[in-house]
Every structure is written in structure tokens, then in C-alpha cells.
Ligand binder design. Structure first.
Ligand code: SAH
Ligand code: SF4
Ligand code: F3S
Length: 488
């Protein structure tokens, strides 16, 4: 049996792609393992959004290549966003890497390729196990996967093997994996891919291509299918999830969300990653209408508090409009949990501009923020036309100030949960032995309890808070009906 391992960097879209490919590999008899050392095939799913993420990737690939020297039949593949724009460079720099396949490309072709690779690898591994001999050179790169697939008729055609779930064939199934410890049964569903917004700093439109939305009915069928199979949390994913538009009916994201929320069963629907431009009143109305189904958590990426910087970034909104939208959300759901993304040190960002970001954070009081130093990325408008003129130490100082300020805000915002009773969804056993769960607002909760609570909704009372966690005690277990109610 062939063992495979995925190393996944980056956003939820990558998580969904990796899980989709993993479920394909399992469907053809491969085994999912929890470490590189046990794996015959390692697939690295990459992120190009910041320089740092890419650097980490190269260090990791170096490690894998060293590992391959003592296990020469091992196959290493690189997929995702870095693979989209640095394919040749990766092949050149790491000659022990077998294949590189970008995020924009057709994953059905990749599945065909993987099916053949697995069949061949089974023989190679068998011979190696029996005789210690490697029957092919460690360095055998398949530089053009499409050509390989066209040339050699696939031994196993994925389309014949996987039923008829249309575009979702390759996406994550919610089944838990036998070799792993018990975890929440959740599913990640790509509802659209790509981006047409071209924010000046961002490489995503170049690595993922233009926006494509998938048919609404297929998405709804997929959610119903996963919920019927025990999924407790369904995450709808897209680089611009709320610019979704059904290619068949023209219905927008709010309608899709409404229809998904109206399905039967006990489950939560989450959605990432949105853009403020498409945050509409209708969308917030739908969320408010289904409080038990669509938890009141919204990621609302601001990026900067200064209108001058927002304009240079090409974000298409002003801070005033952004605050107005936050108002639409908070009038409907006063307790909504809101997170954001902030970039500091964008080209031309003055001290005054940065102060505007600080002011926005203090006024809006996000529950948490993801914050980054600006990192110039190839192909982007900013890297082509603007000088990266804010010195590293200024960027770091600004980032520190922002993060310290948010720690104070977070500490205050989190204390409001203490004493409350929430229905939480238990995800897994955490490092320190506690169970990790999340409130509807997506806030992390640690609690004591048995493994049997994993993958169920339970009632807890919040006892204490820190800027990143809540701790809680169990009030009532097993709110989840044993048999999912959704019709297939
Ligand atoms: N589609 C999502 C963003 C994906 S990238 C959205 O529009 O929100 C996630 C975050 O990474 C962005 O929100 C931004 O804050 C950050 N980011 C993207 N490009 C960056 C860059 N070049 N330098 C620093 N941070 C960046
Ligand atoms: Fe990048 Fe902007 Fe598109 Fe988000 S909306 S993926 S930040 S270009
Ligand atoms: Fe990274 Fe690609 Fe997602 S660049 S953030 S993995 S779309």
C-alpha cells in the first residue's frame, strides 16, 4: 500500500484542495499518514502571498530532498500558488522533486497523473522492499504533467471511479481518516476560485487566475451530502467568497448562503474569505435570519485605515464606507465577532497614515486581527510601480505597536464572554490535554472532557479569558443528534 502525506501552507482554499486530492488518493487505495517519514508520496501545497511563506517552503523542500536520498523511490510533488509562478525555478533548484503543478491548472489532469504514478510506485516499492534495489533513478522529473497524461493512457480514470458529483469530485470529503486521532467531521467546499480585484500588493490573481464560480445547485447538493454523512461544520471557500455569482441563474452569494442555511440537519456554515466591496445589507440580513445555522462571525479585511493608502492599494472603499458596513452588521447582530487583516508599511505609508490605522483599530475594536509587514510580490502593481520605501525597522515598529494595541483590545473584548453559556463545537484534543472547541463566533475555547465529546455540539460556561483563548466548563454534553437529519 502506498502511503501519502500532504504538507499544506496558506489559506483555506489550499486546505480544501489538499483534502480533495487526499480523498481522491484514498479512493484509489492509498493510505493517509501523519508524517513525511512514513510517506512514499509527499505533496507540498504552497502559498505565495508573502516572501516569508515562500522562504519557509524552500527550507522544507530542502529537508524533503535530504530525506529522499535514503528512500530513493519516494515521490515529491509541489502544487499550489508558488507552483503556479515558480515552476521552472523549483525544478531547477531541487532536482529530486518529481512534479510541480500550479493552482490555476486542472486538478482532474493531476488526478489522472497521480493515479498512474501510484500504480508505478507500487511496483517500485515492492521491488525495493524485496531486494533493496531501486528500479528507477531518484531524479525523474515529470516537467509537463499535461503531456504525460495525454501520452500515456491513464491506468485509472478518476472520472470512472468517483461517482457523479460534478466539479466537487475532487474536493474534500468529510470522512475522518483512520490513521489519525479523532477530529471534528467538517468539510471545506470551494464555491469559487480566483480573483478579479487585483489589489496592488497581492499575488493571488496571478497564482489563482480570474474568478470562476461553481454552479449553485452542485454546491447545495454537496453540502446536503456532507451533512448527511455527519459533517458538523461546512466552510464555503473562495478567494473572494462573497463575489460568488451562480453561472446558471446569476444568484449572488447571499442567496447561496440562504439556501445552504435552509437545508435540514444540525450543522454550522462558515465562509472565507470575503472582500468588503461585496459585503451587502442582504448578506447581513441572511446571516441574522439563520442564527443557529450561520454563526455570527465575519472576517472583514480592512488592510489600512488611511484613505490615501487604501486608494494606492486599490481596495475600492474608504474607511468611512468600511465603518458604515460594520454598522450594518452590528445593528443586526450586536454580538457579532469580527476579525480583520492589516498590512503595515505599504509603499508611501506615512506616520500619519499609520496613525489612521491605529485609530481605526481602536474605534472598530475587532475581536482579533491578522497583521503583516508589507512584502513586495512579483507581478503585482505595487512591486512593478512603487518603491518598497518603508525601512524594515519602521515596518516592524509599526507592526509591534499595532499588535500590542490589539492585545489590549482583545483582552477587553474577550472578557465580555466570561460567565456566558455557549453552544460550542468540539474540534480535537489539544496539545496540553484539553479539548479545543469554538464558539459560534469562532473564538477558541479550551475545556476538560472525554474524547467522546469530539465532533459534537455541547453547552459550556465560560470561566476565564486571555487575549487568544477562553476556558470553559461543560454544562451539557451531546446536543448533536446521533443520526443526522438531512435528506441525501
Ligand atoms: N482574498 C483575501 C486575501 C488573501 S491574502 C482577501 O481579500 O481578504 C490574506 C491576507 O494577506 C490579505 O488580506 C493581506 O492582508 C495579506 N497580504 C496579501 N498580500 C500581501 C503582501 N504582499 N504583503 C503583506 N501582506 C499581504
Ligand atoms: Fe488579493 Fe485583493 Fe484578491 Fe484578496 S481581493 S485575493 S487581497 S487581490
Ligand atoms: Fe496563499 Fe494562494 Fe491562498 S497565495 S493565501 S495559498 S490563494
Amino acid at each position: 500500500m502506498i502511503n501519502f502525506f500532504f504538507k499544506t501552507y496558506g489559506c483555506q482554499a489550499n486546505v480544501a484542495d489538499s483534502e480533495g486530492l487526499a480523498s481522491f488518493l484514498k479512493s484509489i487505495g492509498c493510505n493517509d499518514v501523519t508524517s513525511e517519514e512514513e510517506a512514499d508520496v509527499v505533496i507540498v501545497n504552497t502559498c505565495a502571498v508573502r516572501e516569508k511563506a515562500e522562504q519557509k517552503l524552500y527550507t522544507y523542500l530542502g529537508r524533503l530532498c535530504i530525506m529522499k536520498k535514503s528512500k530513493q523511490f519516494m515521490k515529491i510533488g509541489v502544487i499550489g500558488c508558488v507552483a503556479s509562478y515558480k515552476r521552472d525555478e523549483i525544478y531547477k533548484r531541487f532536482d529530486l522533486i518529481n512534479f510541480v503543478y500550479g493552482a490555476k491548472e486542472d486538478y482532474k489532469v493531476l488526478e489522472s497523473y497521480l493515479a498512474d504514478l501510484i500504480v508505478k510506485l507500487e511496483t517500485t516499492k515492492q521491488v525495493f522492499d524485496d531486494s533493496g534495489v531501486v528500479i528507477e533513478p531518484a531524479k525523474n522529473q515529470d516537467r509537463d504533467i499535461k503531456k504525460v497524461v495525454q501520452q500515456g493512457p491513464s491506468l485509472l480514470k478518476p472520472s470512472r471511479m468517483m461517482g457523479s458529483m460534478g466539479i466537487f469530485k475532487r474536493q474534500a470529503t468529510s470522512k475522518s481518516i483512520t490513521t489519525r486521532s479523532k477530529e471534528l467531521n467538517r468539510s471545506f467546499i470551494n464555491i469559487m476560485t480566483g480573483c478579479n480585484k487585483f489589489c496592488a500588493y497581492c499575488i493571488v490573481p496571478f497564482t489563482r487566475g480570474r474568478e470562476v464560480s461553481y454552479p449553485m445547485q452542485e454546491i447545495i447538493d454537496r453540502v446536503a451530502h456532507d451533512v448527511a454523512n455527519g459533517s458538523k461544520e461546512v466552510t464555503l471557500i473562495g478567494q473572494n467568497v462573497n463575489s460568488y455569482k451562480d453561472p446558471e441563474t446569476g444568484f449572488m452569494f447571499s442567496e447561496l448562503l440562504r439556501r445552504v442555511a435552509a437545508l435540514e440537519g444540525k450543522f454550522w456554515v462558515r465562509w472565507v474569505s470575503p472582500h468588503p466591496q461585496d459585503m451587502t445589507v442582504e448578506l447581513f440580513d441572511v446571516i441574522a435570519q439563520y442564527p443557529d445555522r450561520i454563526p455570527p462571525y465575519v472576517h472583514f479585511p480592512l488592510q489600512a485605515g488611511s484613505n490615501a493608502v487604501l486608494e494606492l492599494m486599490k481596495r475600492n472603499y474608504t474607511i468611512e464606507q468600511f465603518k458604515e458596513q460594520i454598522g450594518w452588521l452590528r445593528t443586526r447582530m450586536p454580538d457579532a465577532v469580527i476579525s480583520t487583516d492589516i498590512i503595515v508599511g505599504f509603499p508611501g505609508e506615512t506616520e500619519e497614515d499609520f496613525e489612521q490605522t491605529m485609530k481605526a483599530i481602536e474605534e472598530i475594536r475587532f475581536d482579533w486581527i491578522y497583521s503583516f509587514n508589507y512584502s513586495p510580490r512579483k507581478h503585482t502593481l505595487a512591486s512593478r510601480t512603487m518603491e518598497d520605501d518603508i525601512p524594515q525597522e519602521v515596518k516592524s515598529r509599526r507592526l509591534d505597536r499595532l499588535q500590542s494595541c490589539q492585545i489590549e483590545i482583545g483582552a477587553e473584548v474577550y472578557t465580555k464572554h466570561v460567565g456566558r453559556v455557549y453552544e460550542v463545537l468540539v474540534e480535537k484534543r489539544f496539545n496540553d490535554g484539553k479539548l479545543l472547541a469554538r464558539t459560534p463566533g469562532n473564538v477558541r475555547v479550551l475545556l476538560e472532557g472525554p474524547d467522546s465529546l469530539i465532533d459534537s455540539f455541547v453547552l459550556v460556561r465560560i470561566l476565564a479569558s486571555s487575549p487568544v483563548n477562553l476556558t470553559a466548563e461543560l454544562v451539557q454534553a451531546e446536543l448533536t443528534p446521533e443520526v443526522p437529519m438531512a435528506a441525501v
